[in-house]
Design a protein around this ligand. Sequence first.
Ligand code: UTP
Length: 300
Amino acid sequence: MTGATIETTFRTAIVPAAGLGTRFLPATKAVPKELLPVVDTPGIELVASEAAEAGARRMVIVTSPDKKSVVDYFSSKPELEATLERKGKTAQLEKVRRAGELLDVEVAIQEEALGLGHAVAQAEPNLDDDDTAVAVLLPDDLVLPTGVLSKMAEVRARYGGSVLCAFDIPKEQISPYGVFDVSDTDDADVKRVHGMVEKPAPEDAPSTYAAAGRYLLDRAIFDALGRIEPGSGGELQLTDAVALLISEGHPVHVVVHHGGRHDLGNPGGFLRAAVDFALDNPDYGPSLREWLIERIGTAH
Ligand code: UTP
């Protein structure tokens, strides 16, 4: 399989960022959770960087009318850049420019938070005829290390259809997740998906493979989104559209990702991510480590 084949599998990433962020109130009254900094970089830049690394050329951010700052973050800041340049602050200048140089950024508006599936559907008018598949990345889900989208593109090149991402989770911890019903392929890290169960009790879980916020979806997803009914809370669920495609024989596979993940959507998960990234940061890591050890009261 050539790099060129993989690269042409998708070139558009959709990043839904129109949610209300209720788990992060009161901060999200004024600041979209996608802009909260993990050390110094907003989560949405981290996922934009991941998408670009996997070959995406543009990112369609789906946002709400009062969260346009999520999109503004990617535009250039000529006055700030000129000031930093004049003062010789080259490291800061590089940081300011970095996000805007990753890929082309477009916006789609979701007027009302009617669910993840509804948010993804709002990006369809932005697509070109040659967008036969799109990547969807949830900006509050950090999947580490990056690179799973490239493996997902390889799987689509082999089997066609759509490819999702899963983590193998201990059975007793599976309840908060969407869990895949799968069968094996000849690759231990690639499974064929037959269905999905949301938030099952451990004894009812069809597997230990839990869904993560990375999707490589065949364009057929948009037609499916137009044919499903709203589910719980009146929301259009992306997984219901995937389930409809499966029931119609559309191939869906998961790549089992070996690595870590951080849920940036709630303060507890966000703090873990911030500490994890800060410990690896040459400027802040060493003193944070010392302080944490002192604060916790043990060297182990
Ligand atoms: P979440 O459920 O994690 O985000 O959706 P939320 O709704 O903002 O958070 P809480 O539950 O109120 O705290 C996952 C992703 O899907 C987007 C969110 O912005 C988030 O990035 N989303 C969700 C939309 O864009 N539109 C929606 O209607 C729902």
